[in-house]
Design a protein around this ligand. Structure first.
Ligand code: G4P
Length: 532
């Protein structure tokens, strides 16, 4: 173990996932408020400020008024050093949103109590499951009319396929939201009305056994209802098992209202106790322990042109072991070169801060002169390992792309290839023809606009995009056992190859995927691509 193990063990690095509008931003603000990082919720990450501050780097974001970038927030609370990885909240999210989860050790899933599990949560959840990282559920907006609590839990179990274990239980909802029952201590926590945006407010803790006091706080009807629900709950729900939580098979569930602060700090405290310290990460030489002396990191995101004047690229890396010090000599494994990481920064919602040191669990952004790719390993000069690659996530929108001016073929190919290398888009070709036709696949449709904008502005190439009807892409897992030319699919199926020549199949609907599997015995398809 290294001399700075304590620094590393203090760290908790997690992502917050939710469908837009479930309350992710509001909850993050409240976390910052408890951590003392801001004085009044809204002053750092309030939508207006965050959107302007974070997204200045790209005109298109301003035009559309949304944030394409994800940012990292670091703050201290109760002896912990917390890194929150924010995932863009708009529907038009990109592959970056998925990749951010590759850098997190756990995820907080925010669900709107009146809506239940929604589309985007479902997608992000799949990635968490693939990584087997712990998932904590915060059911938000209990100050509004909410769905039945048992039904909400049932929906999570059925829709997402994860067992739930309520850590606390709501008492009423809407105007009648009185507080939560804490199952472990068998006591009820109630709040007096808190002012919107502040953390002050009176909390009372009443043992369940103190009937008189309880009736005084929540009323007889609520007490009776609670007693009935507790009985049902104790008979029906999964037992709390930290090991299952850490394997991502059981999600602890909390209830509250981010807007009024009800239940936020209780959630934060429990969550920090239950979630993991920085996790070991798999390399080609086995697991690398975060408390190893030697620094190592991997690149999970590349952000181009954050500063238009400088045309710079920032590579975001997750530190996986040891300590990073500004100006130390490190090795970029894939490039086979020794280097000093220049301008190491922490990118906060509203500012960039130059870093002197950082530890395993932290995220840093470094200036990238165009040498890094997603998934690259950075470690000490004598280290000989490389981290497992980051999977390629399935695009859901496809378009055929052509340059308007055929004379600019070279710039076009260069631009589109570079943008694909950064991981903003994926490019494919027709399976049996040459380079002429390029098909672009993106996770969120906004990336089409980003591509068009960037090719025009950075490479001086105008393009035309013709949308294609495909929505599903599958990688062929057992490519050496399959003769792709002879695969028989449905009439809507299209065979393409990626830039490395790997064959892929595109489908208009999920039914066709099933049909194609039925028609081709032995064919194994995957939803995520393994990155070589
Ligand atoms: P997101 O990041 O997940 O997209 O959601 P965000 O926090 O921006 O919240 C979406 C809307 O829901 C906001 O209202 C926010 O105030 C509201 N909200 C968040 N948490 C709660 C809650 O616990 N209870 C209630 N009642 N509302 C909540 P808005 O009107 O869209 O924006 P704003 O004008 O309030 O900023």
């Amino acid at each position: 173990m290294c001399g700075y193990a304590n620094e590393i063990k203090k760290r908790r690095t997690f992502a917050i996932i939710s469908h837009p509008d479930a309350g992710k931003t509001t909850l993050t603000e409240k976390f910052l408020l408890y951590g003392g990082a801001i004085n009044l919720a809204g002053s750092v990450k309030g939508k207006a400020t965050a959107r302007h501050a974070v997204s200045d780097w790209m005109e298109i974001e301003k035009e559309r008024g949304i944030s394409v970038t994800s940012s990292v927030l670091q703050f201290n609370y109760d002896g912990y050093c917390i890194n929150i990885l924010d995932t863009p909240g708009h529907q038009d999210f990109s592959e970056d949103t998925y990749r951010t989860l590759m850098a997190a050790d756990s995820a907080v899933m925010v669900i709107d109590a009146s809506k239940g599990v929604e589309a985007q949560t479902r997608k992000l959840f799949k990635v968490c499951v693939m990584r087997k990282i712990p998932i904590f559920t915060f059911i938000n907006k209990m100050d509004r009319e909410a769905n039945d609590t048992f039904e909400l839990l049932d929906e999570i179990e059925k829709e997402l396929g994860i067992a739930t274990c309520p850590v606390n239980w709501p008492i009423g909802c809407g105007k009648n939201f009185k507080g939560v029952y804490d199952r472990k201590s068998q006591s009820v926590v109630t709040w007096s009305d808190t002012q919107k945006g502040t953390k002050e407010g009176e909390t009372s803790v009443i043992p369940l056994s103190d009937e008189a006091a309880l009736v005084g706080h929540i009323g007889e009807a609520n007490r009776e209802h609670l007693m009935e629900e507790i009985e049902l709950l104790d008979g029906a729900s999964a037992e709390f098992d930290l090991e299952l939580v850490q394997k991502g098979e059981l999600t602890p569930v909390f209830f509250g209202s981010a807007l009024t602060n009800f239940g936020v700090e209780i959630f934060l405290k429990h969550f920090l106790e239950m979630t993991t310290t920085p996790l070991a990460r798999m390399s080609d030489q086995g697991l690398i322990d975060p408390v190893e002396e030697e620094f190592s990191a991997f690149v999970f995101k590349i952000q181009a042109n954050m500063n238009k004047a400088h045309r710079d690229r920032i590579a975001f890396m997750r530190i996986c072991s040891g300590k990073f010090e500004a100006n130390m000599e490190v090795k970029h494994v894939q490039g086979g070169k020794l280097m000093r990481l220049s301008q190491p920064q922490q990118i906060m919602a509203s500012e960039r801060k130059i870093l002197e040191e950082a530890y395993a669990g932290d995220i840093i952004g470094v200036f990238d002169p165009g040498i890094f790719s997603i998934g690259d390993t950075i470690n000490m000069p004598k280290a000989g390992f490389r981290y497992e690659g980051i999977p390629t996530f399935a695009p859901e929108h496809f378009a055929r792309v052509r340059q308007m001016d055929t004379m600019k073929r070279k710039q076009f190919v260069k631009g589109i290839t570079q943008i694909a290398q950064e991981g903003a888009i994926q490019i494919f070709q027709e399976f049996n023809t040459g380079l002429e036709e390029i098909i672009v696949g993106v996770v969120g449709v906004l990336q089409f606009d980003v591509l068009k904008y960037r090719l025009e502005n950075e490479y001086n190439v105008e393009i035309r995009l013709e949308r294609l009807p495909y929505e599903h892409i599958r990688w062929i897992e057992n490519v050496h056992e399959v003769d792709v030319d002879r695969l028989t699919g449905t009439s809507d199926m299209k065979k393409v190859k990626d830039m490395k020549g790997n064959p892929l199949l595109l489908f208009v609907n999920s039914w066709s995927v099933g049909m194609t599997l039925d028609r081709n015995e032995g064919l194994v398809l995957a939803e995520f691509g393994r990155n070589q």
